[in-house]
Design a protein around this ligand. Structure first.
Ligand SMILES: [Mg+2]
Length: 316
């Protein structure tokens, strides 16, 4: 069961809604059986089947929920706290706006959700922050008035609509910090497609500045084989990093950029750098969204007058 929760601010600005997924190790090298086993264990942990409600699990969950109450239960509090501030919305796509489906090419947005996002964008600056490419996101969402931060924030574009009241500046593309990796990403994409084609259900997606190897349709007994295949490609590219998301292995450049940096960049682009009059709301369900939650927590401390408690560290 997914737990959508809010990291409740004590008095000021930030809301972070997250979903409880198991921890996974980052950037494990593919240099041995133990490492590969650790990856497969992590894939299992982040792909939970139905939990048995053991007493200790119920207790742990209750304790966690006490510290991270439901956003819906806190709604009035959130509205009160946002008064006088500019709300800015940041939304993950897969698993947040659209359901996780078997075929990642069919993670369509429902008409109802599209109407909701459109309504949000007329009231607040709104961005979609996703591991998908911008082109794919736009194909699914099709709204010109949004900011799109694709490829885990490595490709950020402003609203297309000239009349959008939240459009800042005239440039459509706002930043592409990993532009020099494009030829490498294309090369690795082709190699991964070739290397993983013997694993039934594996699907490699080119997200322009990063790659996804989806394993949601791969039988569990084949996960080890898939990790070995991906590892055998990635080990030849030390400037690429392997991470794990929900039912997906992510390959991306080792630059200090992620959804957290994208969030900071977007707030700055919107004119809210070092600003206490903004109330950002980030909704996401994945491990990769945690980088953004770290930024939210930092901004919250900043808003509480505790800037020295450490800026988020992005070293992967
Ligand atoms: Mg997601």
């Amino acid at each position: 069961m997914e737990n959508q929760n809010v990291v409740a601010p004590e008095s000021t600005i930030n809301l972070a809604i997250t979903v409880d997924v198991a921890n996974s190790s980052n950037n494990l090298e593919m240099d041995g059986g133990a490492r590969i086993s650790a990856w497969v264990d992590s894939m299992r942990a982040s792909s939970p089947k139905h939990h048995k409600s053991t007493p200790s699990l119920v207790e742990d969950q209750a304790s966690w929920m006490g510290q991270h109450p439901s956003a819906l239960d806190m709604f009035e509090y959130i509205i009160d706290d946002s008064k006088g501030k500019q709300i800015a919305m940041f939304l993950d796509y897969d698993g947040t706006l659209s359901p996780i489906v078997k075929d990642p090419d069919r993670a369509f947005l429902s008409d109802k959700m599209r109407a909701t996002v459109r309504k949000l964008a007329t009231s607040f600056p709104t961005a979609i922050v996703s591991g998908r490419s911008i082109d794919k996101l736009y194909e699914f969402v099709g709204l010109d008035e949004l900011y799109y931060a694709g490829s885990h924030g490595m490709d950020i574009r402003g609203p297309r609509e000239a009349g959008s009241k939240y459009k800042k500046g005239s440039e459509a593309v706002l930043t592409q910090p990993a532009i020099e990796f494009l030829p490498m990403i294309d090369e690795v994409y082709k190699e991964l497609v070739e290397r993983t084609k013997s694993t039934p259900g594996a699907k490699v997606e080119n997200n322009k500045f990063c790659l996804s190897v989806h394993f949601r349709c791969v039988e569990e007994e084949k996960w080890k084989e898939l990790v070995e295949q991906v590892g055998s490609v990635i080990k030849e590219y030390p400037t690429l990093l392997l991470k794990q998301g929900r039912k997906v292995l992510e390959i991306r450049p080792t630059i200090e950029w992620n959804k957290g940096r994208a969030l900071e960049f977007l707030l700055e682009s919107l004119g809210f750098a070092n600003c206490s009059d903004v109330f950002p709301v980030y909704i996401g369900d994945d491990k990769t969204d945690e980088d953004a939650f770290k930024v939210m927590a930092f901004l919250q401390r900043l808003g509480n007058g505790c800037p020295s408690e450490g800026k988020p560290v992005y070293k992967e």
